[in-house]
Design a protein around this ligand. Structure first.
Ligand code: PA5
Length: 426
């Protein structure tokens, strides 16, 4: 479903340099013997997932769809980015489907939270609060506020039927609260970390409420799981991509610019940045993951990429076919001079923009490009894509010799903030 095109790296990549290393890391992943091995639950999850819970997610999503106008998803980081990326990728940016999905719990912004609560005042809304730890401050503050609003609107008893919690199976403040208040709960398994959790209830409940076929999504993940088991660099596209990334890291590239040509994939770029940034950026190592949308950003970052500091390589996720076709019309006056394109599709124009940019960035800009190509993106393809990046990331981080599944660095700001806030013990 995804092919890695390595013809624009500006040199001939010698995969044999990596064969042995990749084989041994692959074995380490399968045997779960590397650092962070207790967080490899996602690896076989498309096979081992809790089928009973999956059915309960579908049932809850139908209940939410038929009873509410809005679902408020309250979470941050791995507890929201996958769902948001998936919903935008498949439903687009001007989706009118009910219920509307809105996100809260990912910021301390007084204005954002105020605006969201005002917006919800006269809406019939349900809440899906998502937190593995159950104590993340951004999420907890927003949840406290939105829960209070809901309870004031409909009363405590009705509110408890409209609140769905996704958290650890047995511990944490959110688990305790859910048990006490009688919320329906879903589990973020102990052996799956936040940024690897899109195929659990974390991603599935919001995605299903948004009308996305989560069985097809899991189907795509399952296909990727099977396709990407083979350690051979001739066969495994995720590992091919991982070794190319590693090579660039070791050969003077500091930044990977993840590029798509689709505005509906901007949030996928955010998910990508979290996945690679939190998994690899440690011990003073790692590529800085950045993202851009072309051709939009060719009119901003394009200048830097073409002629600026050669710190980066580009990874282009290129979808060959759009979901919808648009044809450029004829204009009898042709004052804009566009009649030479009359009758042509935007798919045709986009392809030429892609090829022209590729040539510009590689040939004269000397910026290497890795192309990940897919025919088009549907639920199955998206499932494949998420899993593909997760598998790439595990291999890539192990090549760097860092633990792909922890994020010790994110605690530092929290400690300082808690101290400044006067939290007990800080
Ligand atoms: O990938 C991760 O583990 C993090 O980004 C977490 O998902 C994020 O910090 C939210 O944590 P929690 O689900 O505990 O609220």
């Amino acid at each position: 479903m995804i092919k890695v095109n390595d013809e624009n790296l500006l040199f001939k990549f010698d995969y044999s340099l990596y064969e042995e290393k990749v084989k041994s890391i692959n074995e380490m992943i399968n045997k779960k013997s590397g650092p962070g091995n207790d967080f490899l639950g996602w690896l076989n999850y498309p096979e081992t997932y809790d089928k009973e819970e999956f059915e309960r997610i579908i049932k809850a999503s139908k209940y939410i769809k038929s009873n509410f106008d809005v679902l408020v998803v309250c979470g941050i980081g791995g507890s929201y980015l996958g769902a948001r990326a998936g919903i935008e990728a498949l439903n687009g940016l001007h989706n009118q489907k009910k219920p509307e999905i809105i996100f809260l719990g990912q910021t301390f912004s007084s204005d954002y939270i105020y605006e969201t609560l005002e917006y919800l005042k006269d809406k019939k809304f349900a809440i899906n609060v998502i937190s593995k730890s159950g104590t993340t401050t951004e999420t907890s503050i927003s949840f406290r506020l939105v829960k209070e609003l809901l309870e004031k609107k409909v009363g405590k008893a009705e509110a408890s039927k409209a609140i769905f919690a996704t958290t650890d199976a047995s511990k944490g403040a959110l688990k305790t609260l859910s048990t006490q208040e009688g919320y329906e709960t879903f589990v973020l398994p102990g052996d799956v970390g936040g940024r690897y959790s899109v195929f659990t209830a974390v991603g599935f409940l919001p995605l299903a409420v948004a009308g996305i076929d989560i069985s097809m999504l899991m189907n795509g993940a399952h296909q990727a799981m099977v396709d990407l088991r083979n350690p051979s660099l001739k066969e495994n596209e995720a590992y091919k991509y991982a070794v190319i990334r590693d090579y660039f890291y070791r050969n003077n590239k500091q930044v990977e610019m993840f590029v798509t040509y689709e505005p509906r994939l901007v949030q996928l770029g955010e998910w990508f940045k979290q996945l690679f940034g939190e998994s690899e950026g440690k011990e003073q190592k790692g590529l800085l993951p950045d993202s851009a949308t072309f051709s939009t950003d060719l009119h901003s970052l394009g200048q830097f990429i073409q002629e600026g500091n050669k710190v980066l390589f580009e990874t282009i996720l290129y979808l060959k076919h759009p979901i919808n076709q648009v044809i450029i019309p004829e204009d009898k006056d042709d004052l804009d001079g566009l009649n030479y394109l009359k009758g042509k599709s935007l798919e045709f124009v986009q392809e030429k923009a892609f090829l022209g940019t590729l040539k510009a960035h590689t040939e004269s800009g000397k910026v290497p490009n890795v192309i990940l190509s897919m025919d088009k993106l549907d639920a199955k393809g998206l499932g494949y894509l998420f899993y593909f990046f997760m598998k790439t990331c595990a291999m890539s981080a192990y090549l760097l010799e860092v633990n792909p599944f922890n994020q010790p660095g994110v605690e530092v700001y929290k400690k300082n903030m808690f101290h400044l806030l006067g939290k007990k013990g800080y």
